[in-house]
Write a protein that binds this ligand. Structure first.
Ligand code: AMP
Length: 209
């Protein structure tokens, strides 16, 4: 089993790229953010534990995240590996991951801080199919989402106030992982401040697909 990690700050486009890579890699997207939002919505114990941290733009405790991943990786669709999106976010999470599955590539989508705020604050998605759009850079077509069931959805934590906490958490707790993975020789930086298709092309090259 060999997995891929999509790494980068909030709003870098990890989710967008992961969705586009599902066919090419044959691996399912595993987004801890999506899993936590589903848990909050369903009112599960995990959701109750995570909610306050998420609203404040802080990282959810490692033990909660590691338990979620251990469970998810048991699912039949994960047997050949997965594409992690937003995990790991701390060194202890990465150490736990090493015990769970092998990682062949860490794709770091690099976007400067000053671009993150505008990217996150204009972001919305289709509640029916999950397609991601942006007020300025990628607005939904005039007739609604391409899936035919348009339902606008904005994340509660995609606001200016929470973004600064999320960026601070990224720099303090997550970015040290870059050196950790670089030292293992599996770290592939990609310039994320470009057109979505160009970024996908670079990622496919890095994966040699
Ligand atoms: P995301 O959708 O990846 O931007 O995640 C949204 C929020 O969920 C984050 O701001 C954190 O509060 C929480 N979260 C998601 N993934 C993790 C993780 N791997 N470790 C800790 N907290 C996480």
């Amino acid at each position: 089993m060999s997995s891929i990690v999509l790494f980068g700050p909030p709003g870098a486009g990890k989710g967008t790229q992961a969705e586009r890579m599902i066919d090419a890699t044959g691996l399912p997207q595993v987004s801890t953010g999506d899993m936590l939002r589903a848990a909050v919505k369903a009112g599960t114990q995990t959701g109750l534990e995570a909610k306050g941290f998420m609203e404040a733009g802080l990282l959810v405790p490692d033990s909660v995240i590691i338990d979620l991943i251990k469970e998810r990786i048991q699912e039949p669709d994960a047997k050949n590996g997965v594409m992690f999106d937003g995990f790991p976010r701390t060194i202890p999470q990465a150490e736990a991951l090493e015990q769970i599955t092998g990682v062949t590539h860490v794709i770091a989508i690099e976007v400067p801080d000053e671009r993150i705020v505008e990217r996150i604050c204009g972001r919305y998605s289709c509640g029916a199919c999950g397609n991601v759009y942006h007020d300025t850079f990628n607005p939904v077509p005039a007739g609604g989402c391409t899936c035919g069931n348009w339902e606008e959805k904005r994340r509660a934590d995609d606001n200016e106030e929470t973004v600064s906490s999320r960026l601070a958490a990224y720099h303090e707790q997550t970015s040290p992982l870059a050196d950790w993975y670089r030292s293992k020789g599996i770290f592939h930086p990609v310039n994320g401040d470009r057109a979505i298709d160009d970024i996908t092309g670079d990622i496919l090259n890095a994966l040699r697909l």
